[in-house]
Design a protein around this ligand. Structure first.
Ligand SMILES: Nc1nc2c(c(=O)[nH]1)N=C([C@H](O)[C@H](O)COP(=O)(O)OP(=O)(O)OP(=O)(O)O)CN2
Length: 142
């Protein structure tokens, strides 16, 4: 048997997709919804895999500090980075890949979750990132 929990987060961010054939090659923003799915080997004495509040605080702190009200840009997108950095104040989060919903979800699951949940006894196994009410990308550990 496996037990899973999930918490949902919302944040606003700007980005653009280098090489995209349509409008998304331009700087624009989204009201993102991030769902973080977590599992754990054991329930604690209270019956929890991980306290929802712990999950909330650990993820929300990272999102607030790194993605919320930030431009998420590819580190190869020099022209985009220069444009955002020419405004004051600004917030930029550099990715090592184009900031598609797929790549942002992958980065959060593979790179961020191990750091923020590392000592919690729980592990994120799936992340779903909604870019709009109609579209999401989902990544799951094999
Ligand atoms: N597989 C992916 N495709 C696209 C992504 C993505 O992250 N993964 N992102 C975008 C853009 O960021 C964009 O904001 C969404 O574009 P699109 O769905 O084309 O926009 P609309 O449906 O709103 O277009 P309308 O013509 O206004 O209906 C693109 N693709």
């Amino acid at each position: 048997m496996s037990i899973r929990i999930m918490r949902r987060f919302t944040f606003c961010a700007g980005h653009r997709l280098v090489g995209h054939e349509g409008k998304c090659q331009n700087l624009h923003g989204h009201n993102y919804v991030l769902e973080v799915y977590v599992t754990g080997k054991e329930q604690d004495a209270v019956g929890r895999i991980l306290d929802f509040k712990q999950l909330k605080n650990r993820c929300k702190d990272w999102i607030d500090e790194n993605w919320d009200h930030t431009f998420v840009l590819w580190d190869q997108d020099q022209n985009g980075l220069d444009a955002i950095r020419s405004s004051e104040p600004h917030r930029v989060y550099e990715m090592d890949s184009n900031p598609t919903a797929e790549n942002m979800a992958k980065h959060f699951l593979e790179d961020v979750c191990p750091k923020i949940l590392g000592d919690s006894g729980a592990e994120a196994y799936k992340v779903r990132l909604w870019e709009s009410e109609e579209t999401y990308a989902e990544v799951e550990l094999d």
